[in-house]
Write a protein that binds this ligand. Sequence first.
Ligand code: FAD
Ligand code: DLZ
Ligand code: SF4
Length: 509
Amino acid sequence: MRIGLILGDQLSHSLATLRVLDPAHDRLLLAEVWDEATYVKHHKQKIALIFSAMRHFAAELRALGWQVDYHHFDPDSEVRSLGAVLQQQIDHHGAAEVILTRCGEYRLQREIDNDWPDRFGVPVRVYEDDRFVCSSAEFAVWAEGRRQLRMEFFYRDMRRKTGLLMENGAPVGGQWNFDTDNRKPYAGEPPLPPSLELERDRIDNDVLALVEAHFANHPGHLDRFRWGTTRAQAQAVLEHFIEHRLPWFGDYQDAMVYGEDFLFHSLLSPYINCGLLTPLEVCEAAERAYWRGDAPLNAVEGFIRQIIGWREYVRGIYWLRMPQYAQENRLGNERALPAMYWHGESRMACMRECFRNTFDHAYAHHIQRLMVTGNFALLAGIRPQDICDWYLMVYADAFDWVELPNTLGMVMHADGGYLGSKPYAASGNYINRMSDYCRHCEYNVRSATDADSCPFNSLYWHFVERHREQFRVNPRMRMIYRSYDRMAEAKKAALQQRAEWLLANLDEL
Ligand code: FAD
Ligand code: DLZ
Ligand code: SF4
């Protein structure tokens, strides 16, 4: 007999492992283990979501006739890693082979490839994870020989490959990308969608109690845990999104509102990433809404682009560039992550609000991650590895393959620019345009040099000036350098002085 190990982010009935094995002869193994739950201090809700979804998935597999061994989390167990549980099960059942679907994170896949076959003394066969639209091998072929990798061109190929929003070989609506329509601030209309309340069962409650008891020192709160933990619940969230949020997803994709944590976003990333939904079924549901006339093209195209474009693209970059990628620091940033990222307190209303959101729900939407907490880390010159670890810990959807390129690449521009032809650095003006945060802030967004001036403003110009060498030749940055160089010397000096003070006093902000 063979053992198929199913990881906490492989909870899909379409998983390669389940197609390879035979329920009549083979066994499946799922294991809650200390090492996976603590290799970073994951937000409590992330652990609860994964453990509960694993338990529900194991129950579904049993109901389908599989023989499933399940290792429940036990803080006192000596069996603390996936390898150790697997070893125990191989010995116990006399297994002849281990079957796995390629795992999402380099860290674990390297251990599987390098250590497991010798350690277990039985073959370990790893199958491609074909839940993605583009395999790592296909991405490598696409990237080969290109001087520059650009998401937009990759995305067009994925549209052609999937046929999503395509008609007679051309993009529906005559253009590939409607992003310029998708940058509206939200001014109260249309009303925000109702939230979907999901029922909790005994498995959920057991897991929530377990996490509260054993992971009390991990970040975040459990009292607002609202995540679905079964495929059926994830499908309900998808349907709710399509009906109540998708029509406005595009228009308000970049908007931020004080006290409103989700706006018109889908909240689907944790389900897609742990396998309860597949990326293609999510995109197809959105496409059907377009053909039915229930959602406009800018919304549906924008949504599909995030999934078959950005999501697949970052995964491609990850496997193409790891392990060196994780060490990249092309802007030479060395400042430690300020304490506010942990305690969540800040006089900056935008940062405080994004921290609150994050700790309450293990969630923040893309623009909060990119243009508030991420932008601040970029402007303040935080060490990329510190801020990457933070993003890997605090979000329910965070797995290294997707978090790392987004943080190290898109936010920190530490990889030299695969994810953006210029850094996503911005002053407080951007945040003020896209949100109402500044109205709740004790800093003045209109000032850059006064004692109460918005920290983003002077830090922005400090960033521009200190990276002149790297960016002055970038055609998309030329205007910015021209504006800075035209400023009066006294103004430049005041900006630099204010920024230096802020950098020396990050814990006061
Ligand atoms: P929606 O706004 O509804 O978008 C729809 C879907 O598109 C998402 O569910 C997600 O599957 C996909 N998507 C959107 N943007 C991206 C992107 N840039 N990369 C990959 N997929 C994307 N996403 C993760 O899934 N895991 C992470 O660990 C993660 N870390 C991030 C870290 C930083 C610093 C930044 C800037 C972004 C990160 N993202 C990550 C991308 C994005 O912020 C989240 O996917 C999104 O906020 C999830 O919320 P949602 O499901 O409501 O997304
Ligand atoms: C994130 C996570 C957590 C918190 N716990 C487990 C676990 O106990 N068992 C498991 O199989 N997977 C867990 N995961 C997800 C894994 O970390 C993930 O499968 C690997 O990082 C590979 O992507
Ligand atoms: Fe953020 Fe500056 Fe606006 Fe305050 S004034 S909310 S710090 S952008």
